[in-house]
Design a protein around this ligand. Sequence first.
Ligand SMILES: [Zn+2]
Ligand SMILES: [Zn+2]
Length: 151
Amino acid sequence: MPHTSDLEQLLRGADLRVTRPRVAVLAAVHENPHADTDALIGVVRTSLGDVSHQAVYDVLRALTTAGLVRRIQPMGSVARYESRVGDNHHHVVCRSCGAIADVDCAVGDTPCLTAADDHGFSIEEAEVVYWGVCSHCQTERRNDREEAPRV
Ligand SMILES: [Zn+2]
Ligand SMILES: [Zn+2]
């Protein structure tokens, strides 16, 4: 968990004024990778008290624009936020429960940015999402099968 002074440093480094909501939201994202807005609001409210949905939303947008926070949105999911930025890592998403985990680039340094054919585009980012079933849901499925009554 990063220290408040580290978070303030990050904000200043991104030319953002240090405010309590910004520090609280940034801390919440650091502590809860891939959390959605509602979850982050819940976390922020435990430290700041009553803070509006809009206020948290605005702070998330400012942090994302400043590059301190990365916003991801897997198909069929609401936007999620994480503090691991700038390394072009990918995500594996559980089709069953929506759990998300980080996946490093497969080989070396951002090889996915080297497209086989870039169609003349200047490519800045590659978004790869691996879809599957998390280990928790796999166990659950196995148990379901075993407990199913035989007909
Ligand atoms: Zn799952
Ligand atoms: Zn991630």
